[in-house]
Design a protein around this ligand. Structure first.
Ligand SMILES: Nc1ncnc2c1ncn2[C@@H]1O[C@H](COP(=O)(O)OP(=O)(O)OP(=O)(O)O)[C@@H](O)[C@H]1O
Ligand SMILES: [Mg+2]
Length: 309
């Protein structure tokens, strides 16, 4: 009980830290200029995304995977989840959208000839830079192109989003593996995809940072559903207990319930598979983490099938 109370206390602190009117709230320069009424790249970017979300409801389901705290397993889960969905027969485009450390190629053991940098700087089409990964999975590697894209002017961003729309009919899912934290550009990105998945570990600081992300994405676009994956847990009971605390807190303070998507057990095989550059769900499908990620993939896939029925 005292432990739960402490967690709730620190969540309240996150609440005030993340509050829109709080002068200490983390902001980006782009947000500052937006609040002064200047036309920023991010404004144009958001406008464009809003227009798209009105017109592209029938295409690939766009999932953003993010977290408050770094190193919680986003890229491990994104890459393995994309492969789980591919195993089920879904057509998946996995997108390395980490502003700081784009490393999906390492996790998947692929060597990209081109990255997003070639789209931004050399006028290539996204279709030309897609890499082949196992099971028919396609991957767009970010390289330094992610930050270049996020800082690009509206013209380049529009070209990029047009190209993404070109690919939409060919895929069931776009999965965006983002960096950690509350970067305003990434929050805008989450806000305009179809679903945000937050990855957290049982570590209280990871959970309170997740709360901050849920709050900030809620301010930008409360209509985007948020679900949570607990990674590195002992088992489902631990995850469900933590989920209840987090969901009670987001519901009470933000009026924003979140869904429980699943739990991935702490598993040394996952760590070893990352080091070996061989994804756990394809290389060690009987490992606890692979079984758990496959279960999450099945849940997401079922949702798509039942929606289409
Ligand atoms: N379920 C797990 N069990 C054991 N180790 C794990 C598990 N999930 C991830 N890891 C390990 O945690 C480390 C960080 O994982 P990963 O790079 O996926 O995190 P991340 O959230 O993408 O990090 P970043 O914020 O830097 O992008 C890796 O060494 C990975 O092997
Ligand atoms: Mg990562």
């Amino acid at each position: 009980m005292p432990k739960l109370y402490l967690l709730a206390m620190s969540m309240n602190e996150s609440l005030s830290l993340a509050d829109q009117n709080n002068p200490h709230r983390p902001t980006s320069g782009a947000e500052d200029s937006a609040s002064k009424g200047e036309t920023s790249d991010v404004n144009a970017y958001e406008l464009r995304l809003v227009t798209q979300s009105e017109t592209s409801n029938t295409g690939a389901h766009r999932i953003t995977i993010t977290s408050g705290k770094g190193g919680v397993g986003k890229s491990s889960i994104s890459s393995n989840l994309a492969l789980s969905l591919s195993k089920l027969g879904a057509k998946v485009l996995l997108f390395d959208a980490d502003l700081q450390l784009a490393n999906l190629d390492l996790l998947l053991g692929i060597q990209p000839e081109f990255t997003l940098f070639d789209v931004i700087k050399h006028g290539k089409h996204l279709r030309d830079i897609m890499c082949d990964a196992p099971l028919g999975l396609k991957v767009i590697c970010g390289g330094s192109g992610v930050s270049q894209l996020m800082n690009a002017g509206p013209k380049k961003l529009n070209v990029f989003y047009d190209q993404l729309n070109d690919l939409e009919g060919e895929f069931d899912y776009f999965i965006f593996d983002t960096g950690a934290g509350v970067d305003n550009r990434m929050v805008s990105f989450c806000a305009h995809t179809d679903e945000t998945i937050i990855v957290t570990t049982p570590d209280p600081s990871s959970i309170t940072d997740s709360y901050a992300v849920i709050k900030i994405t809620g301010v930008k676009a409360s209509q985007v559903p948020v679900s949570v994956i607990f990674n590195g847990v002992v088992g489902p009971n631990e995850a469900i207990a933590l989920y209840r605390i987090l969901n009670d807190t987001t519901t009470k303070f933000l009026n924003r319930p979140i869904a429980f998507l699943g739990a991935v057990r702490h598993d040394d095989t996952m760590r070893a598979s990352v080091r070996a550059r061989r994804p756990v769900v394809t290389t060690f499908p009987q490992a606890p983490s692979a079984i758990d990620i496959d279960a999450i993939g099945l849940e997401i896939y079922h949702r798509m099938v039942s929606k289409a029925a």
